[in-house]
Write a protein that binds this ligand. Sequence first.
Ligand SMILES: *Cc1c(COP(=O)(O)O)cnc(C)c1O
Length: 361
Amino acid sequence: MKYGRTYNFSAGPAMMPEPVLEEIRDEMMNYRGSGMCVMEMSHRSKVYQQIFDEAEQDLRDLMGIPDNYKVLFIQGGATLQFSMIPMNLMKNGKAVYIETGAWSKKAIAEAKKVGEVIVAASSKDKNYSYVPDCSDLDIPDDADYVYICENETIHGSTYPKLPNTKGHVLVSDQSSMFLSKPCKVSDYGLIYAGVQKNVGPAGMVVVIIREDLIRDDLTDLPIYLQYKTHADNGSMYNTPNCWAIYACGKVFKYLKSIGGLTEMAKRNEDKAKVLYDFLDSSKLFKGTVEKGDRSLMNVPFVTGDADLDAKVVAYTKAAGFDNLKGHRSVGGLRASIYNAMPKEGVEALVECLKKFEAENS
Ligand SMILES: *Cc1c(COP(=O)(O)O)cnc(C)c1O
């Protein structure tokens, strides 16, 4: 690794592509002859508007976002969306949620403050180690939407197949898998992602919303909480997170340059396989999620002995691998291997774990 950088397995904020960081460094003091850093620019300036417009267009190109979807850059992280979604989308005051881990649980708790929540399927019975069958859910006709967290960052599961929503609007939290593979946007009514997991710096969420879901009858809602406000003002009703938009825009261009999301998905599958193959063959370590539902982004694993787990975390840390401690609700270890984690990072980690295993068996 260049610059004395470490393989950072953090769940977020997380690694960014090195070429992107280098470009940002090169533009830091004087962005393309503007005489200023992007941090110092007015969001209403021509030079910034171009940065913004290119970011949106590149994201549209990458995902193939249809024209009848708006792309919004909103602050408040993914967490604010737990509230904004029910506040804006619950017309009949009723929605179906699938509970697959910590993040869908949080979304459920917030939605309950707004209306009726029907948890139509849950994997709570096995500490969220799988994704329940969603092929024939009990969905009331008047449910406003079906909500999923498509990749559970803490528990490490992902949907092998989208739920059958029976014609209802699908809403997805893609925070920890955004842009990790091709996505058919028209399958969804709303997709959102906090960008600090798989794209850029913290403090912003990307919302991709079908235009007909943006309501103009919600004038009693605080202005910032209405999707309409952001849609009508090109995400600049107030000062947006200019820096995050700039950095994310560079990541979008970088992803296009390597061959887009198809190529990214190939690399992610290849990379995750290195770690999962090791876990499947190891006598000491094992993955905590059922095979068919395993995330390509967040890989929780355990030895089965909490003291030994702690020893592994210290051992990997000393060997130069950062942030491998698992979330307290799962225990053990978790390797987050987002887009920007190179395959060499995962290979080096596996070598380190193999060495630990040999020394401790
Ligand atoms: C991190 C995360 C969130 C919360 O993101 P913030 O930007 O910190 O609010 C929500 N959902 C998922 C799946 C996450 O991984």
